[in-house]
Design a protein around this ligand. Structure first.
Ligand SMILES: NC(=O)C1=CN([C@@H]2O[C@H](COP(=O)(O)OP(=O)(O)OC[C@H]3O[C@@H](n4cnc5c(N)ncnc54)[C@H](O)[C@@H]3O)[C@@H](O)[C@H]2O)C=CC1
Ligand SMILES: CC(=O)C(=O)O
Ligand SMILES: [Mg+2]
Length: 556
């Protein structure tokens, strides 16, 4: 959308002012105020988007607490989306931690208390016979991206029920702010299938369905009805599954990935950003991916998703599948995952270490993490457990004793759930570790040297994937498209290019990074033939044409 563009609209007066996608507030011109019945409904002075953005920034800055800033931005988004995205674009690094992790975690935890008004769709289980009607109630006929959650595993904070809605809203904010997806084409959805969070059920102000979670066949039938209704209403939409609990995340992905254009961000988006980080660190250290030994702490959706992506990448790098799997060690609640363990989920089985390999280590479920580190001698340590503090001094110094340049990635979100803070990791490794975290951290200063901390978060990936899919009119998200995204991200890494700086690019450059990822994803989709239509416009032009930037249109 550019400031010159003229569009016709069919709303006026107070209805126009209360439509956040069309509202310009004090920036409505003389002519528009006359044509659309706005005279007197606005102060006399006509302002520009610049003027409005300056005032909004002052208002934002007047709040001290992050959660109050979050509430302010959410209210602004619900009032005037153009101004909201202009403000966020102008102050991206400052505002991402407010609209996304870590503050969005607190916003989900307190969702019913800070609730000001509805955004997106809440599809509650008791409404299961009305899903078509609910989708018909949305007046956006052209929805390109949906982010859906059922609120059961919100970041590392667990079951937050309907309060999980903060996550689809935040993720879609990033689709627009980082990936240029037109906000009019995005839709956050929460499937409210109850909650097992007793505090929420006991809370009279809880905004969701007061009922324990629906499970099993009833749950899967409900999701099926939802997906079928989405495919009928918006057949070309990209559906992103977000923050589903481990029991449902992979089964839903496996059920739907060949039926519509969808992906699971926690499994696949995280796998891509993590692999991109590993590629970059390897380039910087001038070592090969196939030679790395990797420990995961947390063998859940994210952990096993990343591990499988690394297995595939190591095979591309010349190893057999068995050799690749032999270099990856998964640790979960009951210790190192081994092939003699009963009752482990299927997705862990392929990543289990043969007992013969580790028999001489005499491990038990209670063995300390540092003991396993001592045996494995990893070069890379990845935390996706949602448990704060697991990477203690003993663990990191043991790793460092065997590897002078370790890559340490405590990826759990929000900040309160991180496995170790970067300042400690760098102190325990005398500044020699490369560190990438899930939530944002300031650079760490040790003896006058500043160490930048990369934020290894799937936020680097999904906006670019979305833009690439829309531009290429892709109808599937394939493994090769994900691999292409990881390579494109690593091509943007400062440390990989120059040996200096962070392992991932700054979020300041996220729009360029998203465009690079989008181009790689779109190109791969075209090559694989998973695209609709025969648009002969070069991909780059298509990507730029789809990239929405916050500017007011003229209403003619
Ligand atoms: N940085 C990023 O982009 C992303 C970060 N994450 C974070 O990763 C964490 C996990 O997410 P998911 O894998 O989806 O959850 P999940 O629930 O599927 O997996 C967590 C796993 O950690 C295990 N675990 C719990 N306590 C443990 C302990 N003391 N030692 C070893 N393992 C333990 C659990 O048994 C479970 O298998 C969350 O905090 C989430 O915020 C997830 C996706 C993306
Ligand atoms: C970043 C993300 O998707 C998560 O922590 O769940
Ligand atoms: Mg997530």
């Amino acid at each position: 959308m550019s400031s010159q563009k003229s569009v016709t609209i069919d709303q006026q007066g107070s209805a126009l002012l209360s439509n956040p996608l069309l509202n310009k507030d004090t920036a409505f011109s003389e002519q528009e105020r006359t044509t659309y019945g706005l005279r007197g409904l606005l102060p006399f002075q006509i302002e520009t988007l610049d003027d409005q953005a300056k005032r909004a920034y002052q208002q934002f800055s007047s709040y001290e607490k992050a959660i109050d800033r979050h509430i302010y931005l959410r209210e602004l988004q619900d009032r005037n989306e153009t101004l909201f995205f202009r403000l966020v674009s102008d102050h991206l690094e400052e505002m991402l931690p407010i609209i996304y992790t870590p503050t969005v975690g607190e916003a989900c935890q307190t969702f019913s208390h800070i609730y000001r008004g509805s955004r997106g769709l809440f599809i509650a289980y008791p409404d299961q016979d009305n899903i078509d009607t609910i989708l018909a109630n949305v007046d956006q006929d052209d929805v390109s991206v949906i982010v859906v959650t059922d609120g059961e595993r919100i970041l590392g904070l667990g079951d937050l029920g309907a309060g999980g809605m903060g996550i689809p809203i935040g993720k879609l904010g990033l689709y627009t702010a980082c990936g240029g997806i037109d906000p009019a084409k995005t839709l956050p959805i929460t499937l409210d299938v109850g909650t097992n969070n007793q505090d929420l059920l006991n809370d009279a102000t809880y905004i969701g369905w007061h009922h324990e979670r629906i499970r099993g066949e009833e749950y899967y039938n409900f999701v099926e009805r939802f997906v079928a209704a989405v495919m009928k209403r918006w057949p070309n939409v990209l559906l992103q599954f977000e923050d589903f609990a481990q029991i449902n995340a992979l089964p839903l992905l496996q059920k739907y990935r060949d039926r519509l254009c969808c992906f699971n961000d926690d499994i696949q988006g995280t796998a891509v950003v993590a692999l991109g980080t590993l590629y970059s660190a390897c380039k910087a250290r001038q070592v090969q991916l196939r030679d790395q030994r990797i420990i995961f702490v947390g063998a859940g959706s994210a952990g096993c998703g990343i591990a499988e992506q690394i297995v595939a990448a190591m095979q591309e790098d010349g190893l057999s599948e068995q050799e690749a799997r032999g270099r990856i060690f998964m640790i979960d609640r009951n210790g190192l995952v081994t092939d003699d363990m009963k009752d482990i989920p299927d997705f862990q089985k392929k990543l289990a270490q043969p007992t013969t390999t580790v028999a001489s280590w005499n491990l038990t479920a209670k063995s300390a993490l540092s003991t396993i580190v001592e045996h494995v001698k990893p070069t890379i340590l990845i935390g996706v457990s949602g448990q704060a503090g697991l990477f203690n001094e003993d663990v990191i110094t043991t790793m460092y004793r065997h590897c002078p340049t370790p890559l340490v990635m405590p990826l759990s979100n929000p900040t309160s759930r991180i496995e170790a803070v970067p300042a400690d990791i760098l102190k325990w490794t005398q500044g020699n570790a490369l560190v990438a975290t899930g939530s944002p951290f300031e650079p760490v200063n040790i003896d006058g040297t500043s160490y930048p901390i990369a934020q290894c978060n799937n936020a680097y990936i999904f906006p670019g994937i979305g833009l690439g899919i829309i531009a290429a009119q892709a109808h599937r998200v394939t493994d090769s498209m994900l691999m292409a995204a990881a390579r494109a991200l690593s091509d943007c890494s400062p440390v990989a290019q120059s040996g200096k700086g962070a392992v991932l690019p700054s979020f300041k450059d996220i729009k360029e990074v998203s465009l690079r990822i989008a181009e790689a994803v779109a190109q791969q989709a075209v090559e694989e033939g998973v695209t609709e239509g025969r648009d002969s416009t070069p991909l780059k032009e298509r990507l730029e044409a789809h990239f929405w930037t916050p500017a007011y249109a003229c209403y003619g």
